[in-house]
Design a protein around this ligand. Structure first.
Ligand SMILES: Cc1cc2nc3c(=O)[nH]c(=O)nc-3n(C[C@H](O)[C@H](O)[C@H](O)COP(=O)(O)OP(=O)(O)OC[C@H]3O[C@@H](n4cnc5c(N)ncnc54)[C@H](O)[C@@H]3O)c2cc1C
Length: 437
């Protein structure tokens, strides 16, 4: 049975009804940005109950700035960890390079590590507080849209088997990597290609290591790579930190689903010969609380994100490998730009086109950069230059200045040029941690 739902009522200030599909970080942040501009959007989310799913997200300095502008900095700080330093190791646990992070590097904002689910819950709670309890409709799966001259009709399906329709002046589709709206807008995007690389993503409750805000990048890329960082201090009052780790390796796997389970036994052998000064990597893996699999799927960058009065945002617009910590942050930026354009253009379709014009090319460059290794390329360079063997003097293998230039180029690409680099100041450093052996 199909019922037609009456829209929530025109916005008093703007007279524009905005429907957002998906209550992930993208949809929720977009709702908050729209609310700041006087709109009162409504979110339609497929799951019946939002749960704090996922593992870690690395929120870059520009992401923290966005959260500050949303008035959430203190609450965000309370659920996240200040990133202090980032250290790169080969698969033998030998240090290659280190840089400081966020304010410790001279940026105005902190880089912070957070549990994806905790960030989503913070945004969700804030949406309900600011926009009202009816601002998020759960159990409403969008099946598709119909564009009309002056609005859009959405087809929704509910868990009890019923369906309904919603009319809106504008639709923002923030329905994630498997976006049905993107598939309708761009049918050719429906069959993305598996890259051959799979991620094992897990968390371990353990004692803090190094500065307590240290991110580790470990491994020989031709075999396996690992990233480790803390995402919650004194987790649930245990006095321990919750540590997020991600291992990448090749594998025959292709189901793109954030909730797919994996096992740690599959990745342990890659780290048999890896000893770090302050961390027992193998123990951390063995003590995992949960392990998820996530294959890296190659979504081609889209040529457009807008169809009439419907616009894609977040992963729906620009699914990228979850490697460089930019997926969630770019999604949050989308929300700001969408709200700015809708607030300053009389014609909603033109506003969405202006959003696309400002964002699409820049974000597509990031999507493509994430397919490559980004600054992680330094570990490959070291592997190739040493034939995968231990080295005696890292400066002979990868001089600090060479690595500095690679990092600075990448930081500029994602819109956060390194303070001091242009002035010729060194930005990387060698840590004082003693080698493990
Ligand atoms: C369960 C889950 C776990 C994740 N874990 C991690 C992680 O550990 N690390 C990481 O870097 N990134 C993770 N991500 C992805 C990360 O959240 C995004 O890359 C980024 O935050 C951008 O968010 P988004 O809102 O665009 O997409 P998402 O976070 O994927 O949110 C999309 C939302 O839309 C809803 N939705 C989907 N289809 C429909 C539909 N047809 N109708 C209505 N609603 C719909 C989904 O239920 C979801 O709530 C995860 C995503 C999910 C869904």
């Amino acid at each position: 049975m199909t019922t037609v739902v009456t829209p929530p009522g025109k916005n008093e200030d703007t007279m524009l009804d905005i429907a957002i599909i998906g209550a992930g970080p993208s949809g929720l942040a977009t709702a908050l940005r729209l609310h700041q501009k006087g709109f009162r959007p409504r979110i339609y989310e497929s799951v019946v109950e939002l749960k704090p799913l996922g593992v870690g997200i690395d929120v870059k300095v520009y992401g923290t700035q966005e959260l500050d502008e949303l008035g959430l900095l203190e609450e965000f700080r309370a659920i996240s960890v200040d990133a202090k330093e980032s250290i790169f190791y080969n698969n033998h646990g030998q240090e290659i390079y280190a840089e400081r992070c966020g304010v410790h590097m001279g940026y105005l904002y902190e880089q912070r590590f957070v549990h994806r689910g905790h960030l989503q819950m913070l945004l969700h709670r804030t949406v309900l507080e600011r926009l009202g309890q009816d601002a998020v409709v759960t159990g409403a799966r969008c099946l598709g849209y119909v564009n009309e001259a002056d609005g859009v009709t959405l087809d929704l399906q509910h868990p009890d088997g019923t369906s309904s329709q919603v009319r809106a002046d504008v639709v923002i589709a923030a329905d994630g990597i498997k976006s049905v709206v993107r598939q309708q807008m761009h049918p050719e995007s429906s069959n993305p290609v598996y890259s051959g690389i799979t991620m094992w993503r897990g968390t371990t409750l353990m004692d803090p290591f190094a500065t307590g805000g240290t991110i580790l990048h470990i491994g020989a890329p031709s075999i396996s790579s690992m990233i480790v960082y803390p995402i919650a201090e004194d987790f649930e009052g245990t006095g321990k930190v919750l540590v997020n780790w991600v291992v990448e390796a090749t594998r025959d796997e292709s189901v793109e689903d954030w909730n797919q389970r994996g096992t740690v036994e599959e990745v342990l052998p890659y780290y048999d010969d890896c000893d770090l000064p302050f961390l027992d990597v193998r123990q951390m893996l063995r003590d995992a609380r949960e392990v998820y699999l996530f294959p890296l799927i190659r979504h081609e960058p889209l040529e457009s994100w807008v169809d009439g009065r419907v616009a894609l945002a977040g992963d729906a617009a620009h699914a990228m490998y979850p490697r460089g910590g930019n997926g969630a942050c770019q999604a949050i930026v989308d929300g700001r730009v969408i709200a700015e354009k809708l607030a300053t253009h009389d014609d909603p379709g033109e506003a969405l086109k202006a959003y696309e014009a400002e964002r699409l090319e820049a974000v597509n460059r990031i999507v493509l950069a994430h397919r490559g290794e980004g600054y992680e390329v330094i570990r490959r360079m070291v592997e190739e230059r040493t034939g995968g063997q231990r080295f005696d003097d890292v400066e002979q293998v990868l001089p600090l200045a060479e690595a500095d230039a690679i990092f600075s180029k990448y930081h500029s690409l994602v819109g956060q040029p390194r303070p001091g680099f242009e002035a010729g100041e060194p930005t990387g450093f060698r840590t004082a941690y003693a080698p493990a052996r």
